[in-house]
Design a binder for this molecule. Structure first.
Ligand code: FES
Length: 113
């Protein structure tokens, strides 16, 4: 069975098989989700925000332990969260891209003065 995963920031939707991790889905969709531990719930770099109505498997013990209270705020580890139905996910902007965008915005503001 396939399920729709929507990456909201990038406005990309893909179909993946039930049980596919959000990290695998992101890679398939060519959406960048940072990762340093190769999906072993070790680095916490793959945190994503999922919409309330998203259909994911319950958190594994490892994911619950790693996320702590963040798990109650719609945050999941993309490498551990398995797709079980329709999912809408927000991937945080890459920090380098965010820094460049902020710098360009500051420069543009200074150029106006
Ligand atoms: S990829 Fe490292 S915790 Fe998910």
């Amino acid at each position: 069975m396939t399920n729709k995963v929507s990456f909201l920031h990038d406005n990309i939707q893909i179909e993946v098989k039930t049980g596919t991790s959000l990290l695998e889905a992101a890679r398939k969709a060519k959406v960048i989700v940072r990762s340093r531990c190769s999906g072993k719930a070790g680095c916490l770099m793959c945190k994503v925000t999922v919409k309330d109505q998203s259909n994911l498997a319950p958190m594994t013990k490892a994911e619950r332990l790693k996320l702590g209270s963040l798990g109650n705020q719609g945050i999941r580890l993309a490498c551990q969260a398995a797709v079980m139905g329709t999912v809408e996910v927000q991937v945080p902007e890459d920090p380098l891209k965010a820094a460049v965008r902020a710098q360009l915005a500051r420069q543009k503001e200074e150029d106006l003065w």
